[in-house]
Design a binder for this molecule. Structure first.
Ligand code: PLP
Length: 401
């Protein structure tokens, strides 16, 4: 749920209202096979939703279903039967406040070998990122992280008048750990926390376990480090590891996880933080604490269904590799990814191409400055990837053909 978590809670209400108003005015003209296909005026087009998420949210249910949704790194297959059943069974609590929570906090704690006091639930990990931002940046502190990365933390910093120290990616699009370490040490007194997205969104590249250790061992030992592991479940690279063990060691590491990606619960909204008890206690006052009964029960069932998650990982990686090798054969370089999305270098400005894909009913990722010639594509179903490749070949004559 990228666009939501990129927007502060305050702004989100306005965004929904604006999208609703646009729909009421008939500005959104998404049709199967062609966005804005009735020839809208320029002023109408200017008022139309711009990001793929806004387009999707403003479209009718039928229009939405007809789109190939490759913009938000979702699991396109939806929750497995076991989770759907748990959702169904928990609907009976819809009218209650004091509903049984299915033991979700204990279930997450058991899953990671920590205690319930080490867990904070959020309405998606997007809420966790905001809570970390508010907890550690109030008072004009800075967050240090790479750029481009998942922008939510930096946007939260801006919304509370804090600063971001953004370190450019290396030429091979990996995160520049020595530069992140140096920036953290140089600004030590002003830095509220370090943000590491692993694997990174939008590139899909990992930070190796050696590099994570190098970071933690090189910066002041009381420096909080937020490690966003939203795409953890898709990683195959053996040099990668989760950073949860550092929490057990007592380091000030906060790991953010989500049920939105591999577990296919993006629309249900549940994620969590794992951290030391004292850190969870500092963060808790800033969290909403309102996770629905359905989300909690769905998440408990999802933790148990490892088989379906293994299947999603397998088919997603196969399809990612198949698509990227087809693109390479056409002469377009892709960045090696360990996630359920990848970036392709399209050798021209990405925004008009995103719009061209939209006209063909294919939603692809937004621009990620300064990588303005790279298109981020989520791995959808085989049918969606086929539509993407058909559209790609129409929009890009192969340089090798
Ligand atoms: C790296 C990263 N972190 C966090 C999130 C937030 O996801 P959610 O709020 O659905 O858990 C996303 C969403 O796309 C993401 O890409």
């Amino acid at each position: 749920m990228e666009s939501r978590s990129n927007v502060s809670r305050r702004n989100f209400v306005g965004g929904v209202a604006a999208a609703g108003a646009a729909t009421a005015l008939g500005v959104v003209t998404l049709k199967p096979g062609g966005l804005l296909s009735r020839g809208v005026t320029e002023s109408e087009a200017a008022a139309a939703p711009t990001t793929a998420s806004q387009v999707a949210a403003a479209s009718s249910s039928d229009e939405y279903d007809s789109l190939a949704k490759l913009a938000n790194n979702e699991n396109p297959y939806g929750p497995p039967e076991s989770v759907m059943k748990a959702i169904q069974n928990s609907m009976k609590y819809s009218n209650r406040y004091g509903y049984p929570d299915g033991g979700i906090t204990q279930a997450i704690a058991d899953h990671h070998g920590v205690k319930p006091e080490n867990i904070l639930l959020g309405a998606g990990s997007g809420e966790i990122l905001e809570v970390v931002g508010t907890t550690f940046l109030l008072g004009n502190k800075k967050v240090v992280g790479c750029d481009p990365s998942y922008g939510s933390v930096y946007q939260q910093a801006t919304s509370i008048k804090a600063d971001s120290v953004k370190i450019p990616l290396l030429p091979d699009y990996r995160q520049d750990m020595p530069a992140i370490i140096e920036a953290t040490k140089d600004n030590y007194r002003d830095v509220g926390f370090v943000y590491l997205c692993n694997p990174n969104n939008p590139t899909g590249r990992i930070v190796s376990k050696t590099e994570v250790k190098q970071l933690l061992d090189s910066i002041p030992e009381d420096m909080p480090v937020l490690i966003d592991e939203a795409y953890h479940h898709f990683v195959d690279d053996r040099s990668y590891a989760t950073s949860v063990p550092y929490i057990l060691e007592g380091r000030p590491v906060i790991v953010a996880r989500t049920f939105s990606k591999i577990a296919a619960l993006a629309g249900i909204r549940i994620g969590y933080a794992i951290a030391r008890k004292d850190i969870i206690q500092r963060m808790t006052p800033y969290s909403t604490g309102t996770i629905s009964a359905i989300a909690k029960h769905a998440a408990v069932a999802a933790l148990k269904d490892t088989e379906s998650q293994a299947h999603v990982k397998k088919v997603t990686i196969e399809l990612r590799n198949k698509t990227t090798s087809e693109l390479q054969k056409l002469g377009y370089a892709t960045i090696p990814s360990d996630a359920n999305f990848f970036m392709v270098h399209i050798k021209k400005s990405v925004q008009p191409v995103i719009d061209d894909f939209k006209k063909k009913g294919v939603l692809v990722g937004r621009p990620f400055p300064p990588m303005l010639e790279h298109l981020r594509v989520s791995v959808g179903t085989p049918e969606e990837m086929n539509r993407f490749m058909v559209a790609f070949k129409e929009l890009f004559p192969s340089v090798k053909a």
